[in-house]
Design a protein around this ligand. Structure first.
Ligand code: PHE
Length: 450
């Protein structure tokens, strides 16, 4: 079966699609608002700890499982642990990916609206923008239309298959996005309250971080790395034998964190300079960015460029979410690729519409203070992904033969150096003990069970 499946054409392609899946709204939209609501610097520090202590090893675990079996999530577990129930990790992943796809498409839809508004002009700078976003998001049909349109774009790419659609796009747009963010960082550093913003982002004030904030920081790490739902198992099943897994994992984590930090460097100086609130929630970035562009020369051009690239970055992420269900439906349920894609996108269209409306007419529909949009995000990011990650790391650490871990992690080097051997050891220890235990403890406290 392995031979018949598509493979990514180049080495750069491998890193680019993995980073393409990781980098998206999670870094540029979700990170700033989570950091802004959870005390800034302390949140960043704890988030980075999770990324490197748990994230990198669990990425490796997904890579190992995926490449070793060359199969979708359920088939992979069936192959590695026949007759056991591990395959349900695949269902957790499918559920999480559908929930995420639904609310994510709403936000991606906002970026499409903002592409259009970049041409027609935003209301002005500073406070006057606050009402503008609310008015749009609660306006009913318009956000719904964008959500559906965004999902149609996904359908169009997905129906064309893995290699052509995803790889080509990721190779071009990721570097472009990076350069643009760099320009905006420099611009933000010249704003009057830049110091205040940087202090907020980088100075860890632990008195502002609650147990719930720590859970959010862990959820953010998993969300931003596209981790815990088997997506990387699916992706790495397309990897070649000599793709270096540890390097790819570390590079993905480093680049992903870098982009999130850059987003913070762009947003927070502006938040304080334009008198906005860091804890504004999901709308934060969509209120702050227009103010930034409004203050730049040639703002409209920057704005168009940025939102177009953000839109594309969202696409590379959502395509990887859909690929999880599609691989399952085509290979396990023997559906055609088109039919599987239709089913996946169709479900997301229904749920996405509900999410989009939860900023307007369905806003009163709440569970524990969360709207449907917030609930989907909370369930997926703070619960399903960490649970998935905990199971995956436990599985890799305790159920896989050590020789499989070694041979996959070291597959790229004929004679591994001391550093590589040490890295393998650290990863194995984290998979066996640190990651599962850490996730469990954060749950106990963050969910208020303890
Ligand atoms: N990591 C992506 C982002 O940061 C979101 C994502 C989550 C993608 C889960 C795939 C799976 O935007």
């Amino acid at each position: 079966m392995k031979e018949n499946r598509a493979q990514f054409a180049t080495k750069i392609g491998v890193v680019a699609v993995t980073v393409g899946s990781a980098v998206g709204l999670g870094n540029i939209w979700r990170f700033p608002f989570e950091a802004g609501s959870n005390g800034g610097g302390a949140f960043l520090l704890v988030n980075l700890l999770f990324v490197f202590l748990i994230g990198v090893p669990v990425i490796c675990a997904e890579f190992i499982i995926g490449r070793h079996t060359g199969a979708n999530v359920r088939a992979a577990f069936r192959q590695l642990a026949p007759g056991q129930k591990w395959g349900f990790v695949g269902y957790i992943g499918i559920l999480a990916s559908v929930l995420i796809l639904s609310f994510y498409s709403v936000v991606a839809g906002w970026t499409m609206e903002y592409i259009v508004r970049s041409f027609t002009g935003f209301g002005g700078t500073g406070r006057s923008l606050e009402g503008e976003f609310d008015a749009f998001a609660s306006s009913g049909w318009r956000p719904v239309m964008w959500t559906l349109l965004f999902l149609l774009c996904n359908y169009w790419i997905l129906a064309r298959g893995v290699e052509k659609g995803i790889e080509r796009m990721a190779n071009i747009m990721m570097p472009a996005l990076f350069l643009l963010l760099l320009v905006f960082c420099i611009n933000s550093l010249t704003l009057p309250e830049a110091g205040k913003g940087l202090r907020f982002l980088f100075y860890p004030d632990f008195s502002k971080l609650t147990a719930k904030g720590v859970l959010n920081a862990m959820g953010q790490a998993f969300f931003s790395l596209s981790l815990g739902l088997g997506g990387l198992i699916t992706y790495s099943s397309y990897f070649k034998r000599h793709t270096p897994l540890m390097k790819t994992a570390a590079l993905t984590a480093a680049l992903d964190s870098l982009v999130a930090i850059m987003a913070g460097v762009i947003i927070f100086p502006a938040v304080f300079s334009f008198g906005q609130q860091p804890a504004a929630g999901p709308k934060l970035v969509f209120e702050v960015l227009p103010a930034i562009f409004g203050s730049m020369t040639g703002g409209a051009v920057w704005s168009v460029l940025f939102f177009v690239l953000l839109f594309l970055a969202s696409l590379t992420s959502t395509v990887s979410m859909s690929e999880i269900s599609i691989a399952y439906l085509t290979e396990e349920m023997h559906m055609g690729r088109r039919g599987a894609t239709r089913l996946n996108i169709g479900v997301a269209m229904v749920l996405g519409t509900v999410c989009a409306l939860s900023f307007g007419c369905l806003g009163h529909l709440t569970v524990g203070g969360l709207t449907v949009f917030g609930l989907f995000d909370y369930l997926a990011s703070n619960i399903l992904l960490p649970v998935g990650g905990m199971l995956i790391s436990f599985f890799a650490g305790h159920r896989l033969e050590r020789s499989v871990l070694d041979s996959e992690l070291l597959s790229s080097s004929r004679r591994p150096g001391r550093l590589e051997v040490l890295a393998v050891r650290l990863i194995v220890v984290s998979l066996k003990w640190i990651a599962p235990a850490c996730i469990f403890v954060v749950f106990l406290f963050g969910l208020g069970l303890f």
